[in-house]
Design a protein around this ligand. Sequence first.
Ligand code: LLP
Length: 420
Amino acid sequence: GSPFVAYRDAALHLDGVPLDALADRFGTPLYVYSQAAMLAALAPYQRALAGRKHLVCYAMKANSNLAVLQTFAQAGCGFDIVSGGELERVLAAGGDAGKVVFSGVGKTRGEMRRALAAGVRCFNVESEAELEVLSEVAVSLGRRAPVSLRVNPDVDAKTHPYISTGLKGNKFGIAHDRAVAAYRRAAALPGLEVVGIDCHIGSQITQTSPYLDALERVLDLVEEVEAAGVPIHHLDLGGGLGIRYTDEEPPGADAMIAQLLARIEARGHGHREVIFEPGRSLVGNAGVLVTEVLYLKPGAQRNFCIVDAAMNDLMRPAMYEAYMATAACRLRDEAPVRYDVVGPVCESGDWLARDRDLAVRQGDRLAILSAGAYGMSMASNYNTRGRPAEVMIADGQAHLIRERETPAELFRGERLLPTP
Ligand code: LLP
């Protein structure tokens, strides 16, 4: 999927650095990212939005390592956050709270207080009940909270099966037919200031048409809401643009945005600031997970390639049956064998790849590709496995950006019961 991943002299490189050498130096399992690949993925967003009031808020749930956040902050991005923890990461990475939008259906009062004190750009409010609580919290601090209502555009799933969060019947956003009333209420509450509207219709979207459908619905609402006397400044069109894992062909961000902007202009909304919240498309193909082959286990029905990475390190295959491509870090001139690539965790669901033809020996390394998004950020400590180390390649150099967790760190906060 990525031009940054390539073989040179039979050795797999990311951004010019051989992955085997990184595995020797930092151990496995190891996440490796390319800063240049992240910036290259951001460039089409910036190109398409140049000369126009805009903000790209990186949806940091995709990969929240501080060095990744630093990279995007320095490139001028804001952040889409979904928890108080993510806000602390933005601040620790030197990000600007004034460029943060706070999404999520279940913000706590404590998170609201902290975000107000930090001065976030906007709360993306997902229910009428949340409006009431946010206003109360803001009033108690003598503040007004900037709000955007996340509306659920109810885009038709039959024609656009990739959409999973923009439909009636899921927990996200405020229903289209409640939106005008919710905006009136927001405008009347003493602790709120309406600043925008937003929607997010799903993830790994590979066509432009669902975005266009959602946009039309959002603009319809903007017109209704403004007719009801509540001005709306910005349009936040969410994230969700897909990447190529295998043979997907998502539109480029520049082409997709150009179409959206053309519609926005055509309908007379060209003066509005636009915000996007991309996650996966900025980091997914900028990272790989390098893992060592521990054992090869031929079987009557299936052959297993047992590696030192597992579902706790990379959940997407186990959780969504997601396809992630695999590549040997060293090419061997041998006949490939068909394997299921599995980890050491005690679950049959612990697999990373199925039915892959690989020419590998015990001790070789494999790279799981397109692992930069929703890889490390979803990793867990199941089976008391420390999470992988992370390395970022920047300017041709490999930098350790997160140490491998040790067992002692994993139970550091635990306490034995008192002994009698
Ligand atoms: N904005 C909001 C409000 C979101 O909920 C999300 C993702 C994004 C932006 C960024 O979407 P992206 O550009 O990354 O598609 N763990 C799953 C993906 C979950 C996406 C959740 N929301 C996976 O590994 O496929």
